[in-house]
Design a protein around this ligand. Structure first.
Ligand code: SF4
Ligand code: SF4
Length: 325
């Protein structure tokens, strides 16, 4: 025992980008790892499940969990890590809001499984067998975790103390969160550890955003040439900056792409998708029914656009709109 704070990291339903965001700390990773004992990090270090089982309740100072909860195994691990940890930190959009994997909530469980295992052109499954909870393979019983009906956010499964937002979070935010834990200067429980204001408030293009925006047409980025210094919305390109928490260093804007909302809503917004659609509706400067329909029809996949990161945490939650029967 060294007496250093113990840190764990775990990966549920996500792409792995949040794990890479820890590696993106670069040389700061050495500072952090020198100050803590990493006691569980399956993606990087050879700890076993039984190592966590053997720990006392509350023994881990802080566990960062990334990814949404879709599988029984993930829920089990989240609950166990909750018991073993003084602090649980939702790490990244999928744990925070459901993330891109939460878009699966537009579909029924059965439709997802049959699409994936029976219909996609690359599948070779002539008997159309779907994954089973138990299978006998060469005389051995193989068990798979169950696949839940919907994708859940981490806080729908366990109590979450803090959240580091983003897809993925910036290394600066991860480092700052770790330093807050180490230096015991955390804000009130439940806080999202990023900017309080909306992205627009700190956006490098905010001065070119008119006070009164008026849009008569939405354009997609490939349909137009836009001024790389000017606010996207002022150019008629949908940008979710007004409905999104700041703190990402305007990564997409600086790469000349509009915001898609991965930092989630600000504290005073309940539903980021509803907020996004209402602010866009408020700037459309057309009253004629046909013209209005044309503008709205020019937004491809509004559900996927407005809820790209937040469907599982939204007021729609698991309601499915795209089932096939
Ligand atoms: S709408 Fe987008 S581009 Fe315009 S100020 Fe806000 S974040 Fe920046
Ligand atoms: S600009 Fe928007 S989508 Fe891009 S990193 Fe920031 S919050 Fe996420």
């Amino acid at each position: 025992m060294t007496g250093k704070p113990k840190i764990a990291l775990y990966w549920c339903s996500s792409c792995g980008g949040c794990e890479e965001s820890v590696i993106d700390l670069a040389e700061d990773l050495l500072t952090v790892t020198a100050a803590v004992d990493i006691v569980f990090w399956p993606v990087a270090l050879d700890f076993k499940y039984k190592d966590v089982v053997a720990m006392n309740d509350g023994e881990i100072t802080a566990t960062l969990i990334n990814g949404a909860i879709r599988m029984g195994e993930q829920e089990h691990m989240a609950k166990m890590l909750r018991k073993k940890s003084r602090l649980v930190i939702a790490h990244g959009s999928c744990a925070h809001l459901g993330g891109v994997v939460g878009l699966a909530n537009f579909y029924r469980r059965e439709d997802l499984l049959s699409r994936l295992y029976q219909e996609v052109p690359t599948i070779n499954n002539p008997q159309g067998i779907l994954p089973q909870l138990e299978t006998i393979e060469s005389g051995r019983k193989v068990k798979l975790p169950d696949f839940h009906d919907t994708v859940k956010t981490l806080d729908q499964v366990v109590e979450v103390d803090y959240t580091i937002p983003g897809c993925p979070p910036t290394p600066e935010l991860i480092k700052e969160a770790m330093m807050m834990v180490l230096e015991d200067r955390l804000p009130p429980r439940g806080s999202v550890l990023a900017e309080k204001k909306a992205l627009c408030d700190t956006c490098p293009r905010r001065d070119s955003k008119p006070d009164k925006l008026r849009i008569t047409e939405f354009k997609r980025v490939y349909e137009t040439e836009w001024d790389p210094e000017k606010c996207f919305l002022a150019e008629g390109i949908i940008c979710l900056g007004p409905a999104t928490r700041g703190g990402c260093n305007a990564r997409c804007i600086n790469a000349n792409m509009p915001c898609r909302g991965c930092f989630g809503p600000t504290d005073d917004v309940r539903d980021q998708g509803a907020k996004s659609s209402s602010f866009l509706a408020s700037i459309i400067d057309v009253t004629d029914k046909e013209a209005l329909k044309k503008i709205v029809d020019a937004i491809p996949d509004p559900g996927g656009l407005f809820y790209r990161y937040g469907l599982a945490s939204s007021i729609l939650k698991g309601k499915m709109t795209r089932g096939r029967s």
